[in-house]
Write a protein that binds this ligand. Structure first.
Ligand code: MLT
Length: 278
């Protein structure tokens, strides 16, 4: 697969950019990189141009010194996504999917640059901000990662990221996920946790999103459970003028793209075809 590099204010960012056709942008979750979308990238590129960045700090993308010190807000990651589209000369509105933290970034992208997004796919994500306890846990993990000098404190998330069925019956998914977490840096983990800790509660703004929307959620997701994703779909539908659909993914927890890749790919492809009237 072809990785491309670009610069935002001196920071090197990297993305996958494959296929030809109308663009689909895929934003990864925490503490991961664009390869969590590999199965979707491989299939979707036959009909679409698929653009999948490593958000700053993750995968092969860099962090600035200021990011490492202050954390990276969801607005910063979103500004990078728009800078990426500008650099790739993608001026038409795109279909944008974001899983979990990628979803937090997708909210900021569509709320700040509504004209750049034709279709939105919030995938296993949340619109609410953190309560006090999980927020404090984020700062703790940030400190633990910096002390360890690696991403190992984030490995404790694995039992929550994967559904019980996946863990029992498809251990190779866990092996892949673990390796992906292990190759992220302490700085990326800390910066994203600090950024997520101060992210905005966007629930009150969802009714302003005019893009078509497709919510995707694993039936066993305990981080952004189906009931919470249903509430998001209801809030999105309040904008009134566009379709909102919700697809529940069987045999999957939070990491739907890896746990039931074919079902996620099919849902994204059907939605994108509808958005682009193909
Ligand atoms: C993710 O999958 O991106 C994380 O679970 C997001 C979070 O920690 O809120």
């Amino acid at each position: 697969m072809a990785l491309r590099q670009f610069n935002v204010e001196g920071v090197r960012l990297v993305c996958e950019d494959v296929g030809a056709g109308p663009p689909i942008v895929l934003l990864h979750g925490f503490p991961l990189d664009h390869t969590m979308w590999n199965a979707q990238i491989a299939e979707l590129q036959t009909h679409f141009r698929v653009i999948a960045p490593d958000l700053r700090g993750f995968g092969a993308s860099q962090l600035s010194d200021a990011d490492a010190e202050n954390g990276v807000g969801m607005e910063r990651y979103a500004a990078d996504v728009i800078a990426l589209l500008d650099w790739l000369q993608v001026s038409e509105p795109v279909v944008l999917a974001g899983l979990s933290m990628g979803g937090y970034v997708a909210w900021q992208s569509v709320l700040r640059w509504p004209d750049r997004i034709r279709g939105l796919i919030p995938c296993d994500t949340r619109a609410a901000a953190d309560a006090d306890e999980p927020r404090a846990a984020r700062f703790k993990m940030a400190e633990a990662a910096m002390q360890a000098g690696n991403s190992s404190p984030a490995l404790a998330m694995i039992p929550k990221l994967l559904g019980a069925e996946t863990r029992e019956q498809r251990p190779e998914v866990e092996v892949k996920l673990r390796a992906m977490i292990e190759r992220q840096s302490a700085e990326a983990v800390a910066a994203a946790q600090r950024g997520m800790a101060r992210r905005e509660d966007v629930r009150g703004k969802l009714d302003t999103i005019a893009a078509h929307s497709l919510c995707i959620v694993g039936v066993e997701d305990v981080i952004s459970p189906p009931a919470e994703m249903h509430e998001i779909a209801v809030l999105l539908a309040k904008s009134g003028d566009d379709d909102v659909a919700l697809v529940e993914i069987e045999h999957s927890g939070h990491m739907t793209t890896m746990e039931n890749p074919a079902a996620v790919t099919a849902a994204i492809a059907a939605f994108a075809k509808k958005c682009y009237q193909l």
